[in-house]
Write a protein that binds this ligand. Structure first.
Ligand SMILES: NC(=O)c1ccc[n+]([C@@H]2O[C@H](COP(=O)([O-])OP(=O)(O)OC[C@H]3O[C@@H](n4cnc5c(N)ncnc54)[C@H](OP(=O)(O)O)[C@@H]3O)[C@@H](O)[C@H]2O)c1
Length: 357
């Protein structure tokens, strides 16, 4: 009876799952261009006019000048892993029709309680719906002043990837000067920030990437670079204090073998679009949680927590020249579909950016 009731509930929930795409795209009074989708799938992305957002008392309205793509975006476009859909993203159709998170732009208006920013300020940060001409964001949320030495494109690339790298190394890895840190997937969005941040913490950094990215990763400050097409880092003799894993392509026991006895394994990446479409990285996350209490090594997944304080720390590092975003390609707002398709292939070199005219 319980199984039957669950099946009936699931059927009803699935077929009633919808969104307000038609209402939002129907003749807005104050139009702005935004990337929207009514159904899952890359081919459903469209550039449409929707209503320009209005900031509430605690928000700022930002005219977006650039945005950036993250694997996060294709997860939402594809609705995978499917478990995400059951966790509120929308069973049959996406609940939220807008896409994008990372942005940089100019403050156009501020709510009456906002004291941190004023119109004209150049800012960067994260907010759902960033693939659009405007976003509203709480002033005390994930937004910070853009360093003057950064372009909007560079600043737009920072939020998810930079925050993830910072929090993984500082909070989860607790990286100390002189420690050995291995970054698997050192040439991608998170990896290119992580190599530089780990170096700024005084670590001895080993980056793992393919042949064509060896010079890039070395130029970011990596002390050693392992070309994964020629050498398997898990079979080496070196022991690391921290492994930051953007590409979970080795078993946990293989990773443990190359960790020091009290080393830390920080799982960041969840694999590609064709890896475990039902549960994605959650199976491996559960394994790390089960394993961690039984070993002196610390193993676990980290989830980035975007906030203004850490964005300001990253801004200061970029202002002082310790950290520089790496931009792979730049696309226009009407090319978001192609930009996401490129990132979905899993071989971006640094960040892929969208410019918003
Ligand atoms: N937990 C969180 O809060 C969080 C936050 C952000 C991102 N993530 C996840 O972290 C992962 C990385 O994100 P990202 O933005 O860095 O992705 P990305 O920019 O798409 O990373 C692509 C990079 O991965 C490298 N790569 C592919 N196969 C590899 C392999 N076998 N060995 C080593 N490197 C390999 C590629 O290098 P080559 O071209 O040289 O192969 C490419 O440079 C994604 O799974 C993403 O979903 C999680």
């Amino acid at each position: 009876m319980i199984v039957l009731a669950l099946l009936v509930w699931f059927q009803i929930a699935y077929w009633t799952s919808t969104n307000d795409y038609d209402r939002q795209t129907a003749a807005p009074n104050h139009p702005m261009k935004a990337i929207v989708y009514s159904d899952y799938g890359l081919s459903n992305l469209k550039l449409e006019n929707i209503e320009k957002p209005v900031p509430n008392d605690d928000q700022i309205l930002v005219k977006v000048r650039a945005a950036s793509i993250n694997p996060y975006d294709w997860h939402f476009v594809e609705g995978t892993p499917y478990i995400m859909r059951m966790m509120g993203v929308g069973l049959r159709k996406p609940k939220d029709i807008q896409l994008g998170v990372d942005f940089a732009g100019t403050v156009e208006a501020v709510g009456k309680n906002v004291t941190q920013f004023k119109p004209g300020d150049e800012v960067f940060g994260g907010r759902g719906g960033a693939f659009a001409e405007y976003v509203c964001r709480r002033a005390d949320g994930a937004v910070a002043l853009k360093p003057a030495n950064l372009t909007f494109e560079q600043a737009a690339s920072v939020n998810i990837a930079g925050i993830t790298a910072l929090q993984a190394l500082r909070d989860k890895g607790n990286v100390q000067p002189g420690q050995k840190v291995l970054i698997n997937g050192a040439s991608g969005g998170v990896g290119t920030f992580a190599v530089q941040i780990a170096k700024s913490f005084g670590a001895a950094v080993t980056g793992v990437c393919s042949t064509r990215n060896v010079d890039l990763v070395r130029s970011l400050g990596a002390d050693h670079v392992i070309d994964y097409t020629k050498e398997d880092f898990a079979k080496g003799t070196e022991r690391y204090d921290v492994i930051l894993d953007n590409v979970p392509n080795h078993s946990l026991s293989e990773c443990r073998r190359i960790l020091t006895p009290n080393g830390k394994y920080v799982m960041i990446g969840g694999g590609g679009p064709n890896d475990s479409r039902w549960v994605g990285p959650f199976g491996r996350v559960i394994k790390t949680m089960v394993l961690s209490p039984f070993t002196s090594q610390k193993m676990g997944m980290m989830m980035a927590d975007a906030n203004g304080k850490d964005l300001t720390i990253l801004a200061d590092m970029m202002q002082s020249g310790k950290l520089k975003p790496v931009i792979d390609r730049t696309y226009k707002l009407n090319e978001v579909q192609a930009a996401i398709a490129y990132v979905e292939e899993g071989h971006a070199r640094g960040k892929v950016v969208i410019t918003v005219e």
